[in-house]
Design a protein around this ligand. Structure first.
Ligand code: F1P
Length: 304
C-alpha cells in the first residue's frame, strides 16, 4: 500500500468503516424500504453502481421489486413506494434535481456522507455515514460502506466479508496487473455494478483503458480486443468455461474466490499503484471534482 495520500488511507480504513456501517444500520433500519415495497434507487457515477448492486441484492433476497437508475434517468411513468438517492457529497446536480421533483410524489431517502448536505435537506429521511466520508475526490470507502450497510439490511451476514477484506488489503497484487494495456472487469448478477466501479476506479485514478461487462456479454464482441496485452479480472465466480476461453486469447486472467466487494479492494489498490507509477495524484483526478455540479444554459446551477 502506498502511503501519504487520502486515497491510500481511505482504502485501508474500509474494514473499520464497514464495521461501523453495520452497527449504524440499527439506528436507520426504519427509514430503509420495508419488504414488498417497490423501490427505485438512484445515484451518479460510483453511487449509481452501488445502487445497481443494491437493486440486484434486494430482488435476489425476495424483498421486492427494486430498480436502479442513473439519477437523470428515472422514468416518470413508473410508480414506486420509495425512492433512495445515494450521493456521498449530497450535492450532485442530477440527484438534487430528482429529489426536488420527486418529493411530492414518493417518500424519499438520501444516503450521504454528511448530515448537512443539500440532498439531506431535500429528502424526507436521511441515512448519513460521516465516519465513511472522504477527502479524496475518488470514492472508495463511502461507496463500499453504503453497500455493506445495505447488504446487512437485506439480511446478509457481514462477518465473512470483514475477514476477507483484511486479506484483500494485505495480499500481493497479481504481477500481470501492472503490465496490461487494456483492463477488463467481469462479473455476474448483482455484482455487475462492482465491475463498473472497478473499471471506473482505474479510469479516474490512473487514466488507463478499463472496461466493465456482465461476464457473458464479454463474449458478444468485446473479446475481439483481447490479446496478451489485456488483463481480464473476474469479480466473483466466473461462468463455467469462460476463464479458459479468455486465456485462449492470450489475455492474463485474475480470478479469486473472494466476494466481489472484497475483491474490489484489490482493484482499488491497483488503481493507486498505477497512479503512483505515472506520477498522478490519486486524490485529484484530472477534470473531476468531489461533486459534479452542472450548469444550466443560462449559467445558473442546474439544481439551485
Ligand atoms: C458522484 C461522483 C463520483 C465520482 C466523483 C464525483 O458523487 O460522480 O462517482 O467518482 O467522486 O462524484 P456523489 O453524488 O456520490 O457525491
Amino acid at each position: 500500500m502506498v502511503e501519504g495520500t487520502f486515497f491510500a488511507s481511505e482504502v485501508a480504513s474500509q474494514p473499520d468503516c464497514w464495521r461501523q456501517a453495520v452497527t449504524h444500520l440499527g439506528g436507520v433500519h426504519d427509514v430503509l424500504p420495508k419488504p414488498g415495497e417497490r423501490v427505485a434507487v438512484v445515484g451518479c457515477g460510483t453511487s449509481w453502481f452501488i445502487a445497481q448492486c443494491y437493486a440486484g441484492l434486494r430482488e435476489r433476497a425476495g424483498l421486492g421489486w427494486t430498480d436502479a437508475f442513473s439519477a437523470v434517468d428515472l422514468p416518470s411513468t413508473r410508480a414506486y413506494d420509495r425512492l433512495i438517492a445515494i450521493s456521498r457529497s449530497g450535492a450532485t446536480s442530477e440527484v438534487l434535481e430528482l429529489l426536488r421533483t420527486a418529493r411530492s410524489t414518493v417518500p424519499t431517502v438520501a444516503i450521504t456522507g454528511a448530515p448537512d448536505t443539500p440532498a439531506a435537506q431535500l429528502a424526507d429521511a436521511l441515512v448519513s455515514l460521516p465516519f465513511a466520508d472522504e477527502r479524496s475526490v475518488v470514492q472508495t470507502r463511502f461507496a463500499t460502506s453504503v453497500l455493506m450497510l445495505l447488504r446487512a439490511h437485506v439480511g446478509e451476514d457481514p462477518g465473512l466479508l470483514l475477514n476477507e477484506a483484511e486479506s484483500a488489503l494485505a495480499e500481493p497484487l497479481p504481477p500481470a496487473a501492472f503490465d496490461a494495456r487494456q483492463y477488463v472487469f467481469l462479473s455476474t448478477g448483482w455484482s455487475v455494478g462492482l465491475a463498473h466501479e472497478a473499471a471506473l476506479k482505474l479510469r479516474e485514478t490512473a487514466q488507463v483503458w478499463a472496461e466493465p461487462y456482465p461476464a457473458m456479454e464479454y463474449r458478444h464482441g468485446p473479446i475481439s480486443l483481447a490479446d496478451e496485452r489485456c488483463l481480464v479480472w473476474f469479480l466473483g465466480t466466473p461462468p463455467a468455461g469462460l476463464v479458459a476461453e479468455v486465456r485462449a486469447t492470450g489475455a492474463a486472467v485474475v480470478s479469486e474466490s473472494r466476494d466481489p466487494l472484497t475483491e474490489l479492494l484489490r482493484v482499488q489498490r491497483l488503481a493507486l499503484a498505477l497512479a503512483q507509477r505515472q506520477g498522478l495524484d490519486p486524490d485529484h483526478p484530472r477534470n473531476l471534482n468531489r461533486a459534479v455540479i452542472l450548469s444550466r444554459p443560462d449559467g445558473g446551477e442546474l439544481a439551485s
